[in-house]
Design a protein. Structure first.
Lengths: 114, 543
């Protein structure tokens, strides 16, 4: 499971980074989206990988920390998803505005001189 | 339950948030009302933050902790007030009021929801200064950034949207780095509370140390992007130049947020426990800061428009502060804090002044200036430099005097606070063992001294050149039309710099106290971890 998760994060980061450095705004935004998926998974993995373990502790019972999943990364990842979603949406608007104002989807607002 | 002064701590976050949300529901045509409410809120914030400053400075410095939801430390999400955060709060509101007054003139009308966004920006800034928790720092950073994206685009236009696109893309990437850093640190230490981290970091076993250092380094990169350290600061001059004047004026403090966090975390994590990660990263900060000063100074000299000149001045200021942070010496930190306040006030005033000086210029001129820089065509600009407008007697004199004051402050010439700040930094570097005690000065420190003086020289050359071109050279002396609401904020900020000059003694004393407590974080750590809960209600229930 660790291998699959690491490979998944790695592939997402790799393709995200590559897309981020591309000259088209659409590629940049997809790159950012892929990167943020990767990072969400990464935050999640920082709580250690557990299967079939609840994150919520029953009050009044004896507590064995190993039998529970770490709830904090789960909370963090939720916040990160929400914030990432909002900022990506905002970026999308700016992307459209640039497209409208400059007439090109190049990140610098003008085509390369070739 | 009594509403004691402790509850004041949350006001700088809640007040702008509530006002900002309410302002969203007011029609944009009622501009005067909206602006009035915003200015009133900013004035309240100023009052509250001065009160907080007094509280934090009383009894030889106190650390006040506000536990949200009254969970016990270190599990609670907390707000921590000490001298440094109180000082930054005061600085933020001092900058906010003039920017808001300035926006009355023209900029408020240039787009929607200016005041609401401004309030959210204040909320993010204040939150970032107050929080004692890494993840909440991220959240407040995002609040601040989201508002700043809106404000950077305020007024629209091709140049702004283009600069905004780069700004947003870079900051989104920085936020992702921030998250990687935070989660790595959590993965290794199991806590996000800054004070708890300071205790746990020295206890980390050797195997995990590399992972922790990676996390901290990645986190640091995110803040360095914000602070504009070379080579991460290329976005900064363009964004600040293209932003509208009141926005650029408040953005002047945004690059200082990165510095604030670096200062706080580096000293908290490695201040006392030198056996932790010994001086980890401080060399990088020092050299990075030095290169940033060089880069910024070259930029200042090369700038053709005043806007870009101001943008590069931000970089010079950041570089100086980063290098001073990297030297980790108590009196250097103290003088750097003084420099931080002085330079932030100056740059903020300068951004607004530029707008007034350049008013009446064709909107394309600034675009032209930027493209000219890219293509290296320098000869055509002179014709566009002239100022058109209706003459008001004395306006040019006031503008000229303000410009001269800004130049003196930016270059660090006597008698104003810019000089005192640089002089204090230089004195601290030359006397590493205390005044008159001698001690060896490292070669890097000499470089720092040289660069600090040279950066002042380059600012002086560039500003004098620009000043002559703007105020003396035009033969057809057309005076820009200046509104009272636009010149007053500039004068207010410059007066603040004057106060800083006259009261330099007591203020420097405060900065020294701040620096001492920053370098001895045990009071901060104990203050946070032993924060009393407001459990009086629980005790009553138990009865």
């Amino acid at each position: 499971m660790e291998l699959i998760l690491s490979l998944g994060i790695g592939v997402l980061v790799g393709s995200g980074t590559w897309l981020l450095f591309r000259p088209r705004t659409y590629q940049v935004i997809i790159g950012l989206a892929l990167l943020s998926y990767a990072i969400n998974l990464f935050i999640f993995s920082m709580g250690r990988l557990t299967v079939n373990a609840p994150p919520v502790i029953q009050p009044g019972t004896e507590i064995d920390p190993a039998a529970f999943a770490d709830p904090i990364p789960q909370a963090l990842v939720l916040t990160a998803i929400v914030i990432g979603f909002a900022t990506t949406a905002l970026f999308l608007v700016v992307l459209l505005a640039t497209r409208g104002l400059t007439g090109t989807d190049h990140v610098d607002g003008k085509e390369d001189d070739r | 339950m009594i509403l004691t002064s402790e509850h004041l701590i949350i006001v700088p976050i809640l007040a702008p948030f509530i006002v900002g949300v309410l302002l969203l529901f007011v029609e944009d045509s009622r501009r005067r009302f909206k602006a009035g409410v915003s200015i009133f809120t900013a004035a309240t914030l100023l009052f509250v933050s001065i009160e907080l400053l007094k509280i934090s400075h009383a009894d030889g410095g106190r650390v006040i902790v506000y536990l949200l939801g009254d969970w016990p430390s270190p599990f609670a999400i907390n707000l921590v007030l000490d001298r440094l955060s109180a000082m930054m709060l005061v600085l933020t509101s001092v900058l906010a009021i003039p920017s808001l007054i300035f926006s009355l003139g023209r900029w408020q009308k240039a787009g929607l929801h200016f005041n609401a966004l401004f309030m959210f920006l204040l909320m993010g800034l204040n939150g970032a200064f107050l929080t004692g928790d890494l993840f909440n720092l991220f959240v407040f950073f995002e609040v601040m950034l989201a508002a700043s994206y809106g404000l950077a685009l305020h007024g629209s236009g091709m140049l702004r949207v283009k600069a905004g696109l780069h700004y947003i893309a870079i900051n989104l990437t920085a936020s992702l780095l921030f998250l990687i850093g935070v989660s790595l640190i959590y993965g290794v230490t199991g806590t996000l509370n800054m004070a708890d981290l300071a205790i746990r970091i020295p206890q980390i076993i050797e195997d995990n140390r590399i992972l922790l250092e990676t996390g901290i380094a990645i986190l640091g990169v995110a803040f360095l992007i914000k602070a504009g350290m070379w080579p991460l600061g290329f976005w900064l001059p363009t964004t600040y130049t293209s932003a509208s004047a009141p926005v650029a004026a408040i953005f002047a403090i945004m690059s200082k947020v990165g510095i604030y966090i670096l200062l706080r975390l580096s000293l908290l994590f490695y201040g006392e426990e030198q056996d932790g990660l010994d001086g980890f990263g401080s060399q990088l900060l020092l050299y990075g800061g030095l290169i940033t000063i060089i880069f910024g100074s070259i930029g200042v000299l090369a700038s053709q428009s005043l806007g870009r000149l101001a943008g590069y001045s931000v970089l010079v200021s950041s570089g100086t502060l980063l290098a001073a942070t990297g030297l980790t010496q108590i009196d250097i930190t103290a003088s750097a804090l003084f420099y931080l306040v002085s330079s932030t006030l100056t740059i903020s005033a300068f951004f607004m002044l530029i707008e007034l000086v350049e008013k009446g210029q064709n909107a394309f001129t600034s675009v032209l200036a930027v493209t000219m820089e890219a293509f290296g065509e320098s000869e055509e600009e002179e014709e566009d430099e002239e100022i058109v407008g209706v003459a008001i007697p004395g306006a040019i004199a006031i503008l000229g005097i303000s410009f001269a004051a800004c130049s003196i402050l930016l270059a660090g010439l006597p008698p104003l606070s810019g000089f005192i700040a640089k002089f204090a930094i230089l004195t601290a570097i030359i006397n590493p063992e205390g005044l008159g005690q001698g001690g060896t000065i490292s070669s890097t420190s000499w470089w720092f001294i040289a660069l600090l003086i040279l950066s002042g020289l380059s600012a002086l050359i560039a500003l004098v050149r620009a000043g002559i071109r703007t105020f003396w050279a035009p033969i057809t002396a057309l005076v820009p039309r200046v509104l009272l609401t636009e010149i007053v904020p500039v004068i207010l900020l410059l007066l603040m710099a004057l106060v800083l000059t006259i009261q330099a003694g007591p203020i420097m004393g405060f900065m020294e106290a701040t620096a001492v407590s920053l370098h001895n974080p045990s009071a901060y750590i104990e203050g946070v971890l032993e924060a009393p809960q407001a459990t009086s209600w629980q005790a009553e229930q138990d009865k």
